[in-house]
Design a protein around this ligand. Structure first.
Ligand code: UD1
Length: 427
């Protein structure tokens, strides 16, 4: 197991390329199930989660070929082709390692009339049920059975009829599953209170390029007119707004500056607002976003919320940055119940953070100190890296596999900004 060693205290400066979005890629890949023609995805990030999803798709009989991956390039191009599906079962072993496997349920059901997926269970950041995925598919006409840790969804003869569903709470994954199931239904479907994340827009744009008919893209109400078949497409995955936000916090905590190549301000306005409230300069440029922190960081008050609110996936990284603000910030986590696991680790690095239920109060400190730390999830791990960049002396972040799930070649990108970082094997 690798770890990353950071010798902190260096002011970051330079240009860093932002990769394709992990969470968009994880919902674009299963769209290959919806057509017997080739689907080519460009700008796919090179991440452990994408490799895992590719493996899952191969298990269904889908062929995957990779092009354009010189070692020095970021990202890659993958063509998926599914003229024939040989299995409609997503087994426990794969789903356990990658929760996003649940996103094959809707498209597999649409394509094969039946899909069986292992129940994902809980994860480090909370209980994470899938009841809304199942209710939405039921509303579209599926019959759902739960047995032996698996969910089986079955469509009536002739395919899903389509239907109406209003989500009681906003769910990104459940919205994605419902959209992918509805695009080839026999009739019209109406989905209300859907998630509006840019990754959902990316999904709808790809499906439209494949021949789907979706009205209301980017709003909280979608009307989907089912079409008999979808065709292949070539599509570029959107930039990763969470990766971009993470590098913004990394540059800012060191009092540095960075150009985040390919980052798009219109997809990350709540993060940009939080950074500006903290005194960080953020300017759109032709090639991406320019970030500069030349004065002291100011405290902010933030609550996580579904898009366009402040993303829960940015909470840990912003918190790390605010450890160095002049004053006390108040962060409230409203999406997941257990998403402060980075707090004790940040405190071990000299931060002063108090939590009470869903709220964390971050009292800014003049200096952080390096330590050996580890986190139990992806964004929490990144928050420790960000703190390490500003800390005196050396920080070692263990369990690098969390970061490899979501940050393409992290240490290389940090080095491009002038950080002193090194990946080494853990003993
Ligand atoms: C996605 C993202 C994840 C992000 C999250 C919230 C991917 C692969 N992952 O996760 O990085 O943190 O959105 O922006 O895109 N819920 C239910 N029942 C359900 C589904 C969800 O109660 O059937 C609850 C969850 O427990 C959570 C809330 O709804 O409290 C939002 O979760 P959801 O938007 O579904 O998150 P994911 O799609 O799992």
């Amino acid at each position: 197991m690798d770890k990353i060693i950071i010798r902190g205290g260096k002011r970051l400066s330079g240009t860093v390329p932002i990769s394709g979005a992990k969470n968009a890629a994880l919902t674009l890949l299963p769209c290959a199930l919806l057509t017997d023609e080739p689907l080519t995805l460009r700008n796919l990030p090179r991440l452990a989660d994408i490799d895992g999803f590719q493996h899952l798709m191969n298990q269904f009989g889908i062929s995957t070929t990779i092009a354009g991956s010189r070692p020095e390039d970021f990202g890659r191009v993958m063509t998926l082709e599914a003229p024939r599906i040989t299995s409609n079962v997503a087994p426990y072993d794969l789903v356990r390692k990658m929760r996003a496997s649940i996103l094959v349920l809707g498209p597999m059901l649409a394509r094969m009339g039946e899909a069986t997926v292992s129940l994902p269970g809980g994860c480090a950041i909370g209980n994470r049920p899938i009841d809304l995925h199942l209710k939405a598919l039921e509303a579209l006409g599926a019959q759902i059975e739960l047995a032996s840790g698996y969910v089986r969804a079955i469509a009536p003869d002739g395919g899903l009829p389509g239907g109406r569903y209003s989500f009681p709470i906003v769910s990104v994954g459940a919205t994605e599953n419902a959209i992918m199931a509805a695009v080839t239904a026999r009739g019209k479907s109406t989905l209300q209170n859907v998630a509006r994340e840019p990754e959902i827009v990316d999904l709808c744009n790809l499906l439209t390029a494949m021949g789907a008919e979706i009205e209301g893209i980017g709003t909280s109400g979608l009307t989907i007119h089912g079409v008999p078949r979808l065709h292949g497409a070539t599509y570029r995955v959107m930039s990763d707004r969470i990766e971009a936000g993470s590098y913004a916090c990394a540059a800012a905590i060191t009092g540095g500056e960075a150009v985040l190549k390919n980052a798009r301000i219109e997809e990350m306005e709540s993060t940009v607002q939080a950074l500006r409230d903290a005194g960080v300069t953020v300017e759109p440029r032709a090639e991406g976003l320019y970030i500069a922190a030349d004065g002291p960081l100011r405290p902010v008050t933030i609550s996580t919320a579904p898009y366009p609110g402040f993303a829960t996936d940015m909470q840990a990284q912003l918190m790390a940055m605010l450890c160095r603000a002049e004053g006390s910030s108040v962060l409230t986590e409203t999406i997941f119940e257990n998403r402060y696991m980075h707090v004790p680790e940040l405190n071990r690095m000299g931060a002063h953070i108090e939590t009470s239920g869903r709220t964390a109060i971050v009292h800014g400190v003049p200096q952080l100190s390096g330590a050996e730390v580890m986190a139990t999830d992806l964004r929490a791990s990144m928050s420790l890296v960000i703190a390490g960049l500003a800390a005196q002396e050396e920080t070692q972040v263990h369990r690098l596999y969390h970061l490899d799930r979501g940050y393409e070649r992290l240490e290389e990108k940090l080095s491009l900004l002038g950080a002193d970082v090194e990946r080494v094997g853990d003993d």
